[in-house]
Design a protein around this ligand. Sequence first.
Ligand SMILES: [Zn+2]
Length: 118
Amino acid sequence: MDTLTEEQLGLLRSMLAQRLDALVRVGEPAARESGLPVSEVEASPLDRATARLLNDLTLEAAGQHTAQVQVLRHALAKFEDGSYGMCEECGQPIGVSRLLARPEARLCIACQTRAEKR
Ligand SMILES: [Zn+2]
C-alpha cells in the first residue's frame, strides 16, 4: 500500500539533499563571524544584558543549525543502507504522504505521537 516508488524515493532524496546544501551554504551562524556578534566588554550594563541576549540567540541558532544538518545527513544516510522510509522504532513504512511533508521524518505517525507523549 504505502511503499515508496523509485520515483518518490528520488524526489525525497533530492529534497533532502537540497535542504542540506542550502544549510551548508549559509554556514554555521556563529562561525560566520569570528566569535560572538556583540562584545560584552565595552558596553553599559544595560547594553551588556542586550549583548548577552543577542549572543545567547546566536548560540541557540547555531545549535539548531547543527541539529538540522545532522537530521538531514542522517536521513540521507538511510538511502545508502536502504532503510529510508521505515520507522526507526517499529520498522513499519512511515507513509508516503508523511514523508513528502517531512522527508526527514524518522518515525511513523504512531511512534512519533508516542514519543511526543513521553
Ligand atoms: Zn513506528
